[in-house]
Write a protein that binds this ligand. Sequence first.
Ligand code: ZN
Length: 129
Amino acid sequence: MLPSRIANLRCQSCNTVQPVGLMFRTNPYRGWNKIDAVRCQECGTLHYLTGKGRNRRFFTVVTPMILAALGLGSFTIAPFDGLHWPNDGPNASAPNLLDGLILVFFFLVPALVATNRFEDIAIEPEPDA
Ligand SMILES: [Zn+2]
């Protein structure tokens, strides 16, 4: 899947790309719907995100990425008519719903998924049978 390719979270033993949606649920700071580990479909290794450096990364990577994605997205779709509210003012750029959806799904979400590339992955010891 494309989001998993963007996030590029790879198995620590066989280097296969792991599903980002599942891996994200192993984040230790997650309070809801959390899982302990994800089993690699290729080699069966259990791994999880350690969450190391998440607070620091929020300010140094995630916040700048959000601003950059929304800024770049707004700049890119600004010339297109029909994505803004009709406005007589000199700065007629208030986005409408379609503009907002394009911003979120084509600029904001890929940027946030890409920040998962900085996540720290660790191997979970196999639980005793
Ligand atoms: Zn593997």
